[in-house]
Write a protein that binds this ligand. Structure first.
Ligand code: 0O2
Length: 204
């Protein structure tokens, strides 16, 4: 089944809602590089959930596989991923976005403060569009650092591989890498803070 068949007349509305969220994020002051060379958001990606993935999710949750469930019983028919340089940037974008009048944050899952057992780190926001294109629809926004995005992309591949040799060993190694990446993210954040404070000291 293709996107048009699954989402029907709702597909253009979903696409407008997706664009609304992306356009809003592009207004974030750290979206483009500043003259000082600071770029908080490195890139954004978005997608409308594929019919296969949505069907699998609705079945897994014991929900009827239909448009109403896809739009109103789960919240990630629209998904947006915001990839930032540093962990602080992730929370800065979150704070900024949560003050925007077009959106209401209806749930927050902080897998950065509370990583998943496999090492997954990301900040997930479930948002509702309360004004403008897509009003009434919900979406999931995932915010993470570029280093954790690199990790999540590889780890996600395992979901689609059914027979993996040395699976436990690979999962253990991925967990170790996730913890190392978190440690490097923290050191990079600290170094950036020191460098930025130094440049301010020098200007003073
Ligand atoms: P896709 O292909 O990314 O769209 P759910 O697990 O979806 O029933 P919930 O509460 O919606 O329940 O899940 P949650 O924890 O908010 O996570 C949803 C999405 O986060 C996933 O979407 C992934 O994109 C990402 N995610 C969550 N946990 C992991 C993880 O351990 N590793 C990686 N790589 N990504 C994760 P989907 O549904 O997988 O689909």
């Amino acid at each position: 089944m293709n996107f048009e068949e699954f989402y029907g007349d709702a597909l253009p509305v979903l696409k407008l809602a997706e664009k609304h969220i992306l356009n809003t994020i592009s207004e974030y002051p750290g979206f483009n590089e500043t003259p000082e060379g600071i770029q908080e958001i490195i890139y954004c990606r978005s997608r409308i959930k594929s019919p296969e993935s949505m069907t699998e999710k609705l079945r897994r949750k014991g929900l009827p596989v239909n448009l109403n469930s896809a739009l109103y019983k789960v919240n990630d028919a629209i998904g947006v991923r915001v990839v930032c340089s540093f962990a602080d940037d992730v929370y800065n974008v979150y704070r900024w976005f949560s003050g925007h009048p077009d959106f209401e944050i209806i749930n927050v899952k902080d897998y950065i403060a509370n990583p998943k057992p496999n090492g997954y780190r990301s900040l997930h926001l479930i948002i509702k569009i309360v004004s403008g294109d897509g009003c009434g629809l919900t979406a999931e926004i995932q915010l993470r650092t570029i280093a954790t995005d690199f990790w999540a992309a590889l780890e996600h591949q395992m979901k689609y591989k059914h027979e993996i040799t040395h699976e436990e060993l690979i999962r253990n190694e991925l967990k170790r890498c996730a913890d190392e990446i978190a440690s490097v993210d923290l050191s990079m954040q600290t170094l950036r803070d020191i460098i930025m404070n130094n440049s301010w000291d020098n200007e003073a």
